[in-house]
Design a binder for this molecule. Structure first.
Ligand SMILES: CC[C@H](C(=O)O)C(=O)SCCNC(=O)CCNC(=O)[C@H](O)C(C)(C)COP(=O)(O)OP(=O)(O)OC[C@H]1O[C@@H](n2cnc3c(N)ncnc32)[C@H](O)[C@@H]1OP(=O)(O)O
Ligand SMILES: [Co+2]
Length: 134
């Protein structure tokens, strides 16, 4: 398991892409919308991990609700795992609660699930696995 990405909620990708390009000294490598999640993402490589900027595409988006409640900032930590199904079972046995136990298509060619922050010390944790690894 590794930190695959840090998810950061932003109001405007245009503004934040400029800020992160200046901060990291390089541009994003991908911009991708995932309508099911109500987000447009913008990815930056950072060694073994990535930064995923997230802009809401509609007011019902989890990102829109997060921004309304907490403003811009770190939204979630994504763990990269070898086998998402094995990890779901392991974590369920260890007492963690999933928002949905069924992996879904995420951005950047991943399968993803989320644990509920109430079972993870108030931190939204995402598990993600390369899609072509299954
Ligand atoms: C495109 C996919 C991409 C990828 O990597 O591939 C992504 O990462 S998509 C990211 C956006 N999608 C999600 O976040 C999906 C999972 N999130 C959810 O299902 C909801 O956001 C949920 C269930 C965490 C909260 O939704 P709810 O409608 O219950 O909102 P509330 O504001 O009522 O929150 C309830 C409770 O949870 C706390 N909360 C909400 N968001 C976060 C967060 N990001 N980190 C920590 N805690 C969070 C919120 O403060 C409430 O706590 P309370 O003590 O009741 O105030
Ligand atoms: Co993510």
């Amino acid at each position: 398991m590794k930190i695959e990405h840090l998810g950061i909620a932003v109001k405007s990708l245009e503004t934040s892409d400029d800020l992160f390009a200046r901060l990291l000294g390089k541009g994003n490598y991908k911009k991708e919308s995932v309508e099911r999640e109500g987000v447009t993402t913008s990815f930056y490589e950072l060694g073994e991990s990535k930064i995923e900027l997230l802009e809401a595409t509609n007011p019902e988006s989890p990102i829109a609700k997060f921004l309304d409640k907490r403003g811009e900032g770190i939204h979630h930590i994504a763990f990269g795992v070898e086998n998402i199904y094995t990890e779901i079972e392991r974590l369920k046995k260890a007492g963690f609660i999933f928002i949905s136990e069924e992996p879904k298509d995420g951005a950047d060619n991943k399968l993803i699930v989320f644990l509920h922050p109430k079972s993870t010390n108030g931190i939204l944790i995402e598990l993600c696995q390369e899609k072509n690894a299954v």
